[in-house]
Design a protein around this ligand. Structure first.
Ligand SMILES: [Zn+2]
Ligand SMILES: [Zn+2]
Length: 262
């Protein structure tokens, strides 16, 4: 599997970070986890195949994680010649189908028909969905908005977990345990702590409890970036910590045991 952080930012405009979006390539699938504003343009800038996404997976409905969904659908229909003919599936927590209907009502009644074979799947937590190519998807509820979930993608004996936005949750940390790669939000400094996001100290608690193979961080509001995030986490947990940037990638070779490269 290969993970590329397309957008590592938030609702706060930033010169180097667009809003949330992460590409996970697993087998023949190209899964985009969240699609906030700027993610489509960043993919084009990075030379990534925005036309080849097979699945869009949503963690929750906040605009900084969903605003580009209509941009993707419009680009697949009108932004390439010939228009896309391969199907695409949007997968999200309960309420996703209704959310997509509301977007279509706002932008274009035929929006769902822009891509032949377009479908939307609502998923309940802890009910694995096995996609073609033996890629398994599972979500876990997290404290943020009522619908918010984190997602795990498992393929070839490897597991990648994407936290989405969330406050602290032992349930999530226990569920994420054993992940080869944990992509965890790190929104705010402790001075601006709110119950629905993580600070570096809270990321350290998650890392110590989940003990992933490697920890990548994203979703940085500007006030958290000057902090010694690696030092704060390193005081609690001795594993590898990476601040994700837009366009950064990491590959996980199939199998069990340490495998990180790239
Ligand atoms: Zn967010
Ligand atoms: Zn959010």
């Amino acid at each position: 599997m290969r993970l590329t952080t397309i957008g590592t930012g938030t609702a706060a405009p930033h010169p180097h970070r667009v809003q949330s979006g992460t590409l996970v390539e697993a087998g023949n699938l190209r899964v985009l986890v969240d699609c906030g504003s700027g993610v489509l343009w960043r993919m084009a800038q990075l030379g990534l195949d925005w036309g080849g996404i097979t699945h869009v997976v949503l963690t929750h409905f906040h605009a900084d994680h969903t605003a580009d969904l209509v941009a993707f659908l419009t680009a697949w229909r009108y932004g390439q010649l010939p228009p896309r003919t391969e199907p695409v599936t949007v997968i999200g927590p309960v309420g996703t189908a209704a959310f997509v209907d509301r977007i279509a009502a706002a932008f274009a009644p035929g929006l769902a028909g822009f891509v032949p074979g377009f479908q939307v799947l609502d998923r309940v937590p802890h009910d694995p969905l096995v996609l073609p190519g033996d890629v398994s998807l599972e979500c876990c509820p997290v404290p943020h908005t009522p619908e918010s979930v984190a997602w795990s993608l498992t393929h070839g004996g490897r597991r990648i977990t994407c936290s989405g936005d969330q406050g602290p949750s032992d349930h999530f940390a226990d569920w994420a345990a054993g992940s080869d790669l944990l992509l965890l939000e790190c929104s705010l400094p402790a001075a601006l702590d709110v119950p629905i996001h993580l600070t570096p100290d809270l990321c350290a608690e998650v890392a110590a409890r989940a003990n992933p193979g490697t920890l990548w961080l994203n979703h940085f509001y500007p006030p958290v970036e000057p902090l010694d995030i690696e030092g704060i986490i390193g005081a609690r947990w001795s594993g590898s910590v990476t601040r994700a940037t837009d366009g950064a990638s990491i590959s996980l070779a199939p199998g069990n045991g340490p495998s990180l490269s790239g």
